[in-house]
Ligand binder design. Structure first.
Ligand SMILES: Cc1cc2nc3c(=O)[nH]c(=O)nc-3n(C[C@H](O)[C@H](O)[C@H](O)COP(=O)(O)O)c2cc1C
Length: 185
């Protein structure tokens, strides 16, 4: 497949448009590839670098993979995403299911990272984590805390039982659209 390069602004525009319906974040350890739906994400500049910040709850299999391999890809469909893919990749865990096989998603080797892009979600950012931070839930307004982190009582021993997000700041090493080569289907 060909890679048509995107500027940060072009990638940001695709991401902002698609995030509310769900896009994919793909990670891999030891050749085992997993993908999950994300609905939150921030594209911008930190430390003078282009960055995609992803919000992954502590309980996700993806969180374990990102803590073992700091590379990931962000995968956005051209047009509307396949509904079944969003349903499966947004609810099933990679601990129990090979989601790429289940959803007929085809990996395409990354340019600069060990994690693949996905042919069916061709708008791609290749990222390497340069900073991570678990949310400190006590710093959030109560309205947001009770809406998004209701999982335990206030007096629970650890905020982790409310399943906070870990924010992964991935430096965008490359952003592009995968396009078929001439003669490729
Ligand atoms: C539309 C949509 C958006 C989602 N956004 C996020 C998100 O931003 N962060 C998150 O941790 N989970 C999010 N999820 C839930 C995960 O995709 C889901 O729990 C998934 O099964 C995790 O897969 P894993 O255990 O293989 O990592 C979202 C689900 C949907 C359907």
């Amino acid at each position: 497949m060909k890679h048509r390069p995107l500027t940060l602004a072009e990638f940001a525009s695709y991401a902002a448009e698609a995030l509310p319906r769900g896009i994919l974040l793909t990670s891999a350890v030891d050749q085992k590839v997993n993908t999950m739906v994300i609905g939150w994400g921030t594209v911008g500049v930190n430390w003078n670098l282009p960055v995609f910040a992803a919000y992954v709850r502590v309980s996700r299999h993806t969180r374990e993979l990102l803590d073992r391999n700091p590379e990931f890809t962000v995968n956005i469909p051209l047009g509307k995403a396949d509904r079944d893919t969003i349903a499966v990749c947004g609810s099933k865990s990679g601990r129990d299911l090979d989601k790429l096989a289940a959803c007929s998603l085809h990996p395409v080797p990354g340019e600069q990272v060990s994690v693949p892009a996905l042919r069916e979600f061709p708008v791609t950012a290749e990222c390497r984590i340069i900073y991570r931070q678990q949310e400190e839930l006590s710093l959030l307004p109560e309205e947001i805390r009770s809406r998004f982190y209701p999982h335990s009582r206030d007096d629970a021993p650890s905020d982790n039982s409310r399943d906070p997000h870990v924010i992964y700041y991935g430096q965008i090493l490359s952003a592009y659209v995968l396009e078929p080569e001439e003669g490729e289907g």
